[in-house]
Design a protein around this ligand. Structure first.
Ligand code: KIV
Ligand code: ZN
Length: 387
């Protein structure tokens, strides 16, 4: 079976930058955009041009430097937004306007105080206007996760007929369960007559910790684009994490998908984004957390030291991380202790290690982690006594 390409749409600079305190200036955004292009993302959502003069300037500047990836600007279904986005994108080699409107009854009633029919009209008008300005138009059906599927299908059909090249089905509030999100995509595949004329995109939020699982359910049911951010940054609990979906697709060949991402750049880019946005990565974060390749319990360490694949499903090199770590805590075993002594240049036999292990445990019970300096002291004291 031929593998299907999944387009990676990175929105670190738009949804990711909506995180309180994560604002970047234009130079920082250009640096991140160039690194994203180097990583191999297909689409970079560079910002929301009408939202501020600074965001307009950033989208314009990114459009000038990016040569391979599509550069995308967000708009509401509002004429002025769309015109301003087209202006900001005018230097882009591959410009895309990302316009859209609420699709759930909750949004239609409370945000827009309008009717489903009026939403269809506004959506068609916005899409046509955007298509007159650029040839690549993505339409987002906001809060699609909670929208009625029959109405969602009508909306999707309407915007494709109006010229949308990509239809985005956001689970804006992170509400769906994976099977529900997957069924929603399958429903659109089966009930929208012109669906073959557009790419379906997944845009999932992480309010229940399901953004990555939902995105994977989306592609398993016919979507061909995933919207995601580095380190899973984004509004509230964040968006689907780029590094997670890319590595799931890579590790699970049997799913039949591939991306163009150079996975060895994942950790360097994670650090760049974390540093420029001043947003630390949680240590246990999949793929890019500082503990993602750290082994601390005796049982795991023993297995890992015998054969790395016993406890690692990917190598740190594959994702550009530092080498795997054997961390010494009160839960560690003799083999880990011997390994760490050996790395420090101390060769001890089994009996030595048995004695040293008791001394090590006494230290480990008083500290969260036993460091090289502690090990050197243990070794020196032991050798001194032995002499
Ligand atoms: O979460 C969402 O619905 C969005 C849209 C603007 C695409 O971010
Ligand atoms: Zn979003």
């Amino acid at each position: 079976m031929a593998e299907k390409k999944i387009d990676i749409f990175d929105t670190t600079l738009r949804d990711g930058e909506q995180v309180p305190g994560c604002k970047l200036n234009t130079e920082e955004k250009i640096e991140v955009a160039l690194a994203l292009e180097e990583l191999g993302v297909d689409i970079i959502e560079a910002g929301f041009p009408i939202s501020s003069p600074g965001d307009f300037a950033s989208v314009e500047a990114i459009s000038k430097v990016i040569k391979n990836a599509t550069v995308c600007g967000l708009t509401r279904s509002v004429q002025k937004d769309i015109e301003v986005a087209a202006e900001a994108l005018k230097h882009a080699v591959r410009p895309r306007i990302h316009t859209g409107i609420g699709s759930s009854d909750i949004h239609i009633k409370h945000k827009f105080n309008t009717t489903r029919e009026a939403i269809l009209e506004r959506a068609a008008k916005a899409t046509k206007l955007a298509r007159n300005l650029v040839s690549d138009v993505e339409f987002f059906c906001e809060d699609a996760g909670r929208a009625d599927n029959a109405f969602l299908a009508r909306l999707v059909e309407t915007v494709i007929a109006a010229g949308a090249t990509v239809v985005n089905i956001p689970d804006t509030t992170g509400y769906c369960l994976p099977h529900q999100y997957g069924e929603k995509i399958a429903y659109l595949v089966n009930n929208v007559s012109n669906i073959d004329k557009a790419i379906i995109s997944c845009h999932c939020h992480n309010d229940l910790g399901l953004a990555t699982a939902n995105s994977i359910a989306g592609i398993m049911n016919g979507a061909r684009q995933i919207e995601c951010t580095i380190n899973g940054l984004g509004e509230r609990a964040g968006n689907t994490s780029l590094e997670e979906v890319v590595m799931i697709i890579k590790k699970h060949h049997a799913l039949g998908f591939y991306t163009n991402i150079n996975t060895t750049q994942l950790n360097p880019l994670s650090r760049l984004v974390s540093d420029t946005m001043r947003m630390p990565v949680q240590p246990n974060k999949a793929i890019v957390g500082s503990n993602a390749f750290a082994h601390s319990s005796g049982i795991h360490q023993d297995g890992f030291l015998k054969e790395a694949t016993t406890y690692e499903i990917m190598t740190p090199e594959e994702v550009g991380a530092e080498t795997s770590k054997i961390v010494l805590t009160a839960r560690s075993g003799r083999s880990a202790l011997a390994y760490r002594f050996q790395k420090l240049g101390h060769q001890f036999n089994r009996n030595d290690i048995d004695t040293l292990y008791q001394q090590f445990l006494a230290v480990a019970d008083t500290k969260k982690e036993v460091e090289d300096a502690d090990l050197n002291i243990l070794a020196q004291n032991y050798l001194h006594v032995a002499v």
